[in-house]
Design a protein around this ligand. Structure first.
Ligand code: NAI
Length: 269
């Protein structure tokens, strides 16, 4: 422990269970001295696990469906009240694809569901940031991180509409990063994480093959949820204060690898 986040306060969205990247990040941020407000969709909160995390890190839990303007408004106002003022970081660790849930192929998606997917997985980042700006909720040099995946840049056929959702998410991070940077030195980045065994991750068709392929294609192997949490801690800390509007690959080298010896060996079998 380095006390990297001593005195910092933030919101962590998306801790569903102990495998969630957000769950592990909340534990790491707490270890590093941060005070946290946890948030998740009401339906996820009814499953109850988040309360165990809340107890461990002594954090309040505020329900918020990020596709509801009223919920987001309520969350930001209540968080300010709880902290007695502005706060310093946000983790957006939220993803949901309605068409994947309904088993729709990419070429046959339902557009009403598609809009909802974008609203929850991408434009929610905009909504949260716009609401923070309206209430002047983020402190100078605050840091916002949203989690993404390389299907935003390259085709992974079974990632379906989430590929488009992640492209939009990364674009919102860049665009809002400009405006909030100029206004208040707030920095906004996306972290593009290796495939990870979580509830959202396992929803991708053929996930087992997918994760072992990525493992073989990454010189360092796949980055774990814990590695991702550690990286997020550094991004919330003042040690990275000039990093903004970036999509940061956190993938053991996968994104810059054409092929590996391990994959060639497999093909020759
Ligand atoms: P997870 O299933 O534990 O977390 C997803 C969270 O999104 C859940 O807590 C869920 O309740 C929340 N959520 C869904 N709809 C919501 C709504 N309307 N309002 C508020 N919250 C809502 O899975 P994981 O893997 O920890 O996912 C976190 C983020 O990491 C997601 O953005 C995901 O796309 C991203 N990611 C995951 C990878 C993986 O392989 N697991 C790889 C790269 C990125």
């Amino acid at each position: 422990m380095y006390n990297l986040l001593k005195g910092k306060k933030g919101i962590i969205f998306g801790a569903l269970d102990e495998k969630s990247i957000a769950w592990i990040t909340a534990l790491k941020c707490h270890e590093e001295g941060a005070e946290i407000v946890l948030s998740n969709a009401p339906v996820a909160m009814r499953m109850g696990a988040i309360n165990q995390l809340a107890e461990k890190i002594n954090a309040p839990v505020i329900a918020c469906d990020v596709s509801s303007a009223d919920d987001v408004e309520n969350l930001i106002v209540k968080t300010k009240e709880h902290f007695g003022g502005g706060f310093d970081f946000i983790l957006h660790s939220i993803g949901m694809s309605l068409n994947v849930r309904k088993g729709k192929h990419y070429t046959e998606i339902d557009y009403v569901h598609n809009l909802k997917t974008f609203e929850i997985s991408s434009m929610s980042l905009h909504r949260v940031l716009a609401t923070c700006m309206k209430h002047d909720a983020l402190n100078e040099w605050a840091s916002v991180v949203a989690l993404s995946y390389i299907a935003a840049q390259r085709v992974f056929p079974d990632y379906n509409e989430m590929a488009d959702a992640k492209s939009l998410l990364e674009s919102v991070a860049r665009s809002f990063g400009y405006h909030y940077g100029v206004k208040k030195h707030v920095r906004i980045n996306t972290v593009s994480q290796s495939p990870t065994r979580t509830t959202a991750g396992s929803g991708v068709k053929g996930f087992d093959g997918f994760i072992s392929y990525a493992e073989k294609m990454s010189p360092l192997g796949n980055a774990s949820a814990e590695d991702c949490a550690n990286y997020c801690v550094t991004l919330f800390s003042d040690l990275t204060k000039m990093v903004t509007m970036q999509n940061l690959f956190h993938d053991g080298g996968f994104s810059n690898t054409g092929v590996t010896g391990a994959v060639i060996d497999q093909m020759e079998k």
